[in-house]
Design a protein around this ligand. Structure first.
Ligand code: HAM
Length: 492
């Protein structure tokens, strides 16, 4: 008996190996490797494939928040004259390396780069801007009326250390204006980003700075490096390296010891040419005009190399609780509920002007500016912010349709369909056969009214409308369902 069981195991595992020759099993502590635990071994459960570290599922319970962010983005982008566009998730790695800069953390440590089957070195996009610039050049978008305004929305990838508000796959709402240089456009970009968050109900603060032209920066960097040399021993190991490779990045460092050094460092604003200074002053004047609350932050330089002149970042006006360095397990339930906030120093978004990028990757000189908002961080705040009253309001609008018997179920299908065509969505569980269960579900759902249809109602051409709070029921003509539902929706 024992013998035959063991023999059976071997046959099963062989078969599986043959049937799934290319299955990649990620390393996972505590779970036996595939083939060890029989995938289909009799009496044992199939092992689960874990989520990759730093990746996150957007679960049905989070769906409403994600839809709300998408709708708000689409509405606001349209209001400011942006057209929707998409670029591929996968591009030649060289595009990102040349755009974002070799000395940046994104290129040096975080990009997903690999060889494609034809040996091309490809990269998963870590941001949208480089792809948009490539597309602008490749499709001759400079021949269109300028500026070109485009908005994008979707996933990006950075192999960062997972922590609060930081994932390896994340999403952005991104806007770009290419083909014109005017401080009013910089101010408009900041306004769009700010208004997107405000429309979602979030109070934010905008940090702004100017990093001037390339020449301004070259002069400033000489000064900065000679200052940093005097403080070298206080800097973290990363900053000691940055000091040589990309000194501006030192200003980005969040290490407490480096922050002290940065505080007394020379400020880039003092090294700006008159033209850059005047340009920046104009941006600030427009922001004043638009009543956008901003804070001048002289150490703000951004983590990507392509910026010139205006740079900005947006922060939530809340007390965040989780330290930035705190590691979270992949898809931590704590994070999903928003309890761990978004990381103490995390920006919700950022952007600025990048007048040299298009030329840098082979196009003609093209001034441009843009921003991106990180949606995981926004979603976390929105989940925290949903007040019970708001939830209540959303639920009382729900109407439930319950059915009893096969004929009633068919009729219910048609009613759902008719209402949907009129733009009304009702809740239902057509797979359920018990009326009691359905009424319980209607209650759980917070439905204000339930439409009930049974065998008798099918024959009579009627439907019962039950007020879930008072329990009062009314019988109406099935042909009047639409007007009755509309009437209810107006009153709740
Ligand atoms: P960024 O500052 O690298 O800018 O990213 C913008 C936002 O994306 C961040 O403020 C943050 O909210 C979110 N984000 C970045 N990395 C992660 C991550 N690992 N996990 C979760 N969220 C993250 C850009 O990407 C520029 N391309 C923006 C831009 C557009 N500049 C001009 N045009």
């Amino acid at each position: 008996m024992k013998k035959s069981k063991t023999a059976g195991k071997k046959i099963v595992s062989k078969k599986i190996k043959k049937a799934r020759p290319t299955e990649v099993v990620p390393p996972n502590k505590g779970i036996a490797p595939a083939g060890d635990v029989g995938l289909a071994e009799a009496g044992k459960r199939t092992r689960t494939v874990p989520l990759l570290r730093g990746m996150k599922d957007i679960l049905p319970r989070e769906g409403a928040v994600w839809l709300r962010m998408h709708e708000t983005a689409a509405r606001i982008a349209q209001a400011y004259g942006f057209s929707y566009m998409e670029t591929p998730v996968l591009e030649e790695a060289a595009l990102f390396i040349r755009s974002i800069g070799r000395g940046t953390d994104v290129v040096e440590k975080e990009m997903y780069v690999f060889e494609d089957r034809d040996s091309t070195k490809v990269g998963l996009r870590p941001e949208f801007t480089a792809g948009v610039a490539r597309s602008y050049i490749g499709h001759g978008l400079h021949t269109m009326p300028q500026p070109v305004r485009a908005w994008l929305y979707g996933p990006l990838f950075r192999h960062d250390r997972p922590q609060a508000g930081r994932f390896r796959e994340f999403h952005q709402f991104n806007c770009e204006i290419l083909g014109e240089r005017d401080p009013i456009l910089d101010a408009e970009m900041i306004t769009v980003a700010y208004n997107f968050l405000r429309d979602l109900g979030l109070a934010t603060r905008v940090d702004v700075n100017s990093i001037g032209t390339r020449e301004d920066r070259e002069r400033y960097i000489v000064e900065l490096v000679s200052y940093l040399r005097t403080k070298r021993s206080y800097l973290c190991e990363d900053c000691k390296r940055r000091m040589v490779k990309n000194p501006l990045r030192v200003l980005d460092c969040k290490e407490p010891a480096c922050a002290v050094v940065i505080e007394t460092a020379p400020q880039i604003i003092d090294w700006l040419s008159d033209a850059s200074k005047n340009y920046f002053m104009k941006v600030l004047e427009y922001l004043d005009e638009l009543s956008i609350p901003y804070l001048l932050r002289p150490t703000l330089v951004r983590g990507l190399d392509y910026y010139t002149d205006t740079v900005f970042e947006i922060y939530p006006e809340i007390e965040t609780t989780a330290p930035a360095a705190e590691e979270l397990p992949a898809s931590s339930p704590d994070e999903a509920s928003g309890a761990a906030a978004i990381g103490a120093q995390s920006a919700l978004g950022g952007g600025g002007r990048y007048d040299l990028l298009v030329e840098q990757i082979g196009g003609r000189p093209t001034p441009a500016c843009g921003f991106a908002i990180g949606l995981e961080r926004v979603a976390t705040l929105l989940k925290r912010d949903t007040s019970p009253k708001e939830k209540e309001g959303a639920q009382t609008r729900k109407i439930y349709l319950a059915q009893l018997g096969e004929q009633a179920r068919r009729r219910a299908l048609c009613i759902v369909e008719d209402l949907r065509r009129s733009g009304i969505f009702i809740t239902h569980d057509l797979s359920k056969s018990s009326l009691k269960t359905q009424l319980e579900l209607a209650n759980k759902n917070g439905s204000s009214h339930t439409l009930i249809i049974g065998q008798k109602e099918v024959q009579d051409g009627t439907i019962i409308v039950r007020d879930m709070e008072s329990g009062i029921q009314e019988i109406i003509d099935q042909r009047k369902v639409l007007s009755e539902v509309e009437k209810i929706l107006k009153t709740v």
